[in-house]
Design a protein around this ligand. Structure first.
Ligand code: 6PG
Length: 631
């Protein structure tokens, strides 16, 4: 839809400007201003006395109407009913702007007269019609509609012609046309779901995004595009279902504030963004007060997933979920049994929580692959050789989306150069890894690999310091000798520990929050569509039915035993050669700690008691005690 236009319903008194204006406002959601309401008393008295207004009488009135619409146009589209009989009257309203679209309601004198006579309680007498018709200068460029048609038909014609809207409303709305939002829209449409799309207007940054998007693809020819909230919301079938794909934070806040004013009881909002789960819970709570449902749905898969099938993690009120489930299922990836990789996760913000843990696992696996790359590079392999090595691992059930992503990256060349060698070595992050790390430390769940993957990114961002320190502490220049089979096993070992920690985190939170998370089902929806889909995830589905702690299950125990020595060997090599491998090192350290029956925490407890009288528990005792250490 064209941005910020005023539809001016014009014509002589009695053509139905107010009736059509009100109906159009109801159908489009646009504000309606009735010119009759803005006449000065003196004008009304004159007309009521059967005296026609002069141009002079009309000027102040038209100037006021011009100011009214100018103000309204700042916010969006609007509708005005105003006789605007003469070209000069219309020029005052236009005030040189191109934003006014005149709709000329045309009718013959007899019909209008009949209508005026049937009109009760209006100050305008039928006797003045003749003077109005005399004054009228029919417009040349207006959209002319005969008033012999029904108001509904007239409204439909205006909607179609000027608001570019079919009156048939869209099944769902999608807000936020970044890469993901655009891809999701196409996915919905491919699945036969009609969508209205919205994108904000941001001068110099996001201009006509929605309009340009729908014009860019034939598939979108019937899709309505909006940049004002009201028309967008009114273009949707009720109960309205709006999917948000907007950057977390202020942008989302603003959109939600606007939507809160426009949505009605029973409408459903689905936040597909990466949102901190506690924020989702607050929103669920706040919207529930208005009877509006809020679903927090984590979505994974990047642009390709959004376009061709993603993994989706929705949570919130179950009834509300049912209203949007068919839409989510339709855009979800399909697992090996052709089931949608979308499932109801649970109450509250559990969906966004699960997505946050997904991203924690994602961070750890990305870092793991970066470490494998670093070691192989130090062993003298070039990127293509490393890609070939990783490709060969696929046959050993180590195939995964991230492995393939890395292979493609390492095979990418610009002329004779590998692109990877031209990429600045300081990584960034958008927040999910930080939320995950804060969450796990607050809850005292030592999913250390997730935290360490985040710290590795943070360390990388201190580029200048690293450069300076390497000068002070030179690195060995020798080429490593690395056993490829050991590297593969170290990779597999670390991958198992990453997944152990991820599902452990889910299990602990599920219990603490009474979410009843279904871990095998979560693993199932992570087998396709998402960033952490892998062969290994497939093997976890049946294992998680037996035990949330996967490394306690026989088949995994066996593989941990087989691969741990190689992981240790690789980490020793890395340490000896000053190669940072925080994830691999931590995997082995964590595993050693978590599989040690009697730890050294007795010393910690004694120290705490020594200097702070924090007490300790004596083996075999049931109550703690303080010991008088130096007395
Ligand atoms: C996904 C991804 C996606 C996004 C990451 C990027 O599952 O599709 O996780 O959500 O790529 O959030 O996060 P960082 O910028 O923090 O790496």
């Amino acid at each position: 839809m064209q941005k910020n236009i005023a539809i001016v319903l014009m014509g002589v008194a009695g053509v139905g400007k107010t009736t059509i204006g009100l109906a159009l406002s109801k159908a489009s959601g646009l504000p309606f201003f009735d010119g009759d309401d803005y006449h000065a008393d003196a004008n009304r008295d004159k007309m009521a006395a059967g005296i026609a207004l002069s141009d002079e009488d009309r000027t102040a009135w038209l100037l006021e109407l011009q100011a009214v619409i100018e103000k309204a146009l700042v916010k969006g589209n609007c509708i005005l009913a105003c006789s605007a009989l003469k070209k000069a009257h219309r020029a005052i309203l236009e005030n040189n702007s191109k934003s006014l679209h005149f709709v000329y309601l045309e009718g013959n004198k007899n019909l209008i007269e009949q209508r005026l006579e049937g009109r009760k309680g209006h100050y305008f007498p039928a006797s003045l019609l003749a003077s109005q018709l005399e004054t009228l200068e029919p417009p040349e460029n207006a959209f002319t509609i005969s008033i012999t048609q029904s108001p509904t038909a007239i409204v439909e014609m205006i909607m179609k012609k000027l608001l570019n809207q079919n009156t048939s409303k869209a099944a769902i709305g999608l807000m936020g046309l970044g890469v993901m939002g655009k891809a999701l829209t196409q996915n919905f449409l491919r699945n036969g779901i009609t969508v209205s799309v919205y994108n904000r207007e941001l001068k110099g940054a996001e201009e006509s995004v929605a309009k340009n998007f729908v014009e860019s693809l034939a598939q979108l020819k019937d899709t309505q595009a909006f940049s004002d909230y009201s028309s967008f919301v009114h273009s949707l079938q009720s109960p309205k279902k709006i999917f948000l794909m907007i950057e977390a934070g202020e942008a989302t806040e603003k959109v939600l504030d606007e939507l809160a004013l426009l949505l009605e009881k029973g409408d459903v909002l689905v936040d597909l963004g990466n949102t901190y789960y506690k924020e989702t819970e607050t929103r669920i709570h706040n919207f529930a007060k208005k009877g509006i449902h809020f679903i927090g749905a984590g979505i994974s898969g990047g642009e390709q997933g959004a376009l061709n099938g993603a993994s989706i993690m929705p949570s919130g009120n179950k009834e509300a979920y049912e209203l949007v489930a068919p839409y989510l299922n339709s855009i979800a990836a399909k697992d090996k049994h052709n089931q949608a990789c979308s499932t109801y996760i649970g109450e509250g913000g559990s969906g966004h929580f699960v997505k946050m843990v997904h991203n924690g696992i994602e961070y750890a696996q990305m870092q793991l692959l970066a470490e494998v790359y670093g070691l192989a590079r130090a062993a003298g392999k070039n990127p293509t050789e490393i890609a070939n090595m990783l490709s060969s691992w696929k046959a050993d059930k180590l195939d995964s989306f991230l492995l393939n992503t890395t292979i493609s990256i390492l095979n990418t060349k610009e002329g004779s150069d590998w692109l990877i060698d031209k990429i600045h070595d300081a990584s960034q992050s958008k927040g999910t890894g930080t939320w995950a790390t804060n969450t796990l430390t607050n809850a005292a769940i030592p999913a250390t690999l997730i935290a360490n993957a985040l710290f590795a990114r943070q360390i990388s961002s201190y580029k200048n310091l690293r450069v300076q320190l390497e000068k002070n502490y030179p690195r060995p220049k020798n080429t490593l000798t690395i056993n490829e089979a050991s590297l593969k096993n170290a990779y597999y070992f670390t991958k198992m520990i990453i997944h152990f920690q991820g599902f452990w985190l889910l299990e602990e939170f599920s219990r603490n929050n009474h979410w009843s998370l279904n871990l095998p089902e979560i693993a199932r929806i992570w087998t396709k569509g998402c960033i952490i889909q892998s062969d290994f995830m497939e093997t976890l589905v049946p294992i998680l039915k037996l035990n949330a702690h996967i490394i306690l299950e026989a088949s995994i125990t066996e593989q941990i035993k087989q691969t741990a020595p190689a992981a240790t060997e690789i980490v020793i090599t890395a340490l000896e050669n000053k190669i940072a491998t925080p994830i691999m090192s931590d995997a082995i350290q964590f595993f050693n700690a978590i599989s040690t029956a009697y730890s050294t925490a007795n010393v910690i407890q004694a120290q705490r008691d020594f200097f702070g009288a924090h007490t300790f528990l004596r083996i075999g005792a049931t109550a703690t005690e303080h010991y008088a250490w130096e007395s």
